[in-house]
Design a protein around this ligand. Structure first.
Ligand SMILES: Nc1nc2c(ncn2[C@@H]2O[C@H](COP(=O)(O)OP(=O)(O)OP(=O)(O)O)[C@@H](O)[C@H]2O)c(=O)[nH]1
Ligand SMILES: [Mg+2]
Length: 218
């Protein structure tokens, strides 16, 4: 593990119904690519990206791209606890996916209790508005975001509009939480890792190994 590359690692989970475009958002963000035909996610996929939140502070973002399909829910659930942030995604042209956002939110909150996850709500496939396919208005999505205490962003992996913004808003929000003490590093929890702490732990492990060796020698 190269601890010199980043100061913090955040684990972020993608949440939302199947076909809302979670994998496409990550493909656009990490590879700047869009595929009209993309395979549905089976279980969970994994992506990495680096973001400099302020000069000299690099964050390693580890993304868990979960399958939206119900049959994978028992697998995807096991990833909630070790995530610090989540993107709640719906498709602005798919009303049911919007109505299910609350279910996703409640399910995750129940699993991570007594701790809290930081969310951003994403109205995805914003390009569909041009084709007259919008079925969820910006106002009602903003209202839901306010009720859930999150920020609302509309984005499109197809055009690339606001994709970076979704991930950056969430990352900055987590970083601020870390600085204010709202989010804390916890032992045995992988939602956030600090490279300084990891280096310290490696150092003390190394020292205790050396002490053991010396004792063995005597
Ligand atoms: N119009 C439009 N279509 C999109 C956009 N993003 C993704 N799609 C299409 O939506 C379909 C589903 O995208 P995925 O990224 O696989 O959706 P998903 O949420 O990962 O689905 P699961 O893996 O089953 O949970 C694909 O056909 C994509 O090409 C977008 O921004 N605009
Ligand atoms: Mg997917």
């Amino acid at each position: 593990m190269d601890l010199t590359l980043w100061q913090y690692q955040f684990r972020i989970i993608m949440l939302g119904d199947s076909t809302v475009g979670k994998s496409s958002m990550l493909k656009r963000y990490t590879e700047d690519q869009f595929l009209e035909c993309i395979n549905e996610t089976v279980g969970v996929d994994f992506y990495v990206h680096f973001l400099e939140v302020e000069p000299g502070t690099m964050i390693k973002l580890q993304f868990w791209d979960t399958a939206g399909q119900e049959r994978f829910r028992s697998v995807t659930r096991s990833y909630y606890r070790n995530s610090v942030g989540g993107l709640l995604v719906f498709d602005i042209g798919n009303r049911a996916s919007f109505e299910h956002v609350r279910d996703w939110y409640s399910e995750v909150c129940e699993h991570v209790m007594p701790h809290a996850m930081i969310f951003v709500l994403v109205g995805h496939k914003s390009d569909r508005e041009l084709d007259g396919e919008r079925t969820v208005s910006k106002e009602e999505a903003e209202k839901l975001a306010a009720q859930l205490g999150t920020t609302y962003v509309e984005a499109s992996a197809k055009t690339g509009q606001n994709i970076q913004m979704c991930f950056e808003v969430l990352t900055r929000r987590i970083y601020q939480g870390l600085q204010s003490g709202e989010v804390k590093l916890r032992e045995g929890w992988d939602g956030i890792k600090s490279s300084a702490l990891q280096a310290q732990q490696l150092q003390s492990l190394h020292e205790s190994e050396q002490t053991k060796e010396k004792k063995g020698c005597c």
